[in-house]
Design a protein around this ligand. Structure first.
Ligand SMILES: *Cc1c(COP(=O)(O)O)cnc(C)c1O
Length: 226
């Protein structure tokens, strides 16, 4: 397949995902504008992303700091108004670069990360919007604070580190029906006065929207298989 036809596919995928977001919103009486579509461009090179930018989309997600640093400065120069989201795990030694590069970080999940991000926000005078990742399925291999530890961690982020949190993020276990995970995330957010809910990927974003997602992170349904 030529790069040109891949690009067409991504623009087509973007349109199809937007239609599905609108349909899910109609189902549950929400305004489509209340759901931000984070187009997950990880692993795709700049030439695959350009057509989606040219089609007017500006909100993108990457899961690695270094890959984002390699790809996005030039794309941002060419297409003003990009909002870049970090959706992958964050290491303390990458906090400086992450705060400099990203507008939204979805993966604050432990005290050392909260401290490192807070230090960089103070140092750089930049304030990315922050989500706490919750490991709703308590999977040992997965990042995120455990559900039963979430309230205390949120309080620690706010009180000890002075972080203005925006919301919560989760990635349900691949084998589970996702709805109970989305509902759990929503309940933790509500009792902690957090407005943002980053949940829903290519396979399950309509269900996430029905459960209140404010941010859906969709990669393969737009860009194709990785
Ligand atoms: C890769 C990724 C996505 C997008 O996954 P798709 O199934 O391709 O839509 C969403 N969220 C996170 C955290 C990811 O790493």
């Amino acid at each position: 397949m030529s790069p040109g036809s891949l690009a067409q596919d991504a623009v087509h995928g973007l349109g199809a995902v937007r239609d599905e977001i609108a349909a899910a919103c109609a189902d549950c009486g929400r305004a489509p504008a209340s759901v931000a579509l984070v187009a997950v461009s990880k692993t795709f090179p700049a030439p695959d992303i350009v057509p989606v930018l040219a089609a007017g989309h500006r909100v993108f997600g990457e899961n690695r700091v270094q890959e984002a640093r390699d790809k996005w400065p030039a794309l941002r120069d060419a297409f003003p108004g990009v909002e870049l989201h970090l959706i992958g795990p964050l290491q303390t030694n990458k906090a400086r670069e992450a705060v400099a590069l990203f507008d939204v970080i979805h993966t604050v999940d432990r005290p050392r990360i909260a401290a490192a991000v807070a230090e960089e926000i103070a140092r750089q005078g930049r304030s990315p919007r922050l989500f706490v990742q919750v490991n709703t399925g308590a999977e040992p291999q997965k990042a995120g604070v455990l559900p039963e530890a979430a309230d205390a961690f949120i309080a620690e982020c706010r009180e000890r580190h002075g972080l203005a949190l925006f919301g919560l993020m989760c990635i349900p276990p691949a084998a589970d029906v996702p709805d109970p995970h989305f509902a759990l995330l929503s309940a933790i957010a509500a009792r902690n006065d957090l407005a943002g809910l980053s949940m829903g990927m290519s396979a399950d974003f309509p269900a996430a929207i029905r459960q209140g997602a404010t941010h859906v992170r969709v990669g393969s349904a737009i860009f194709g298989h990785r």
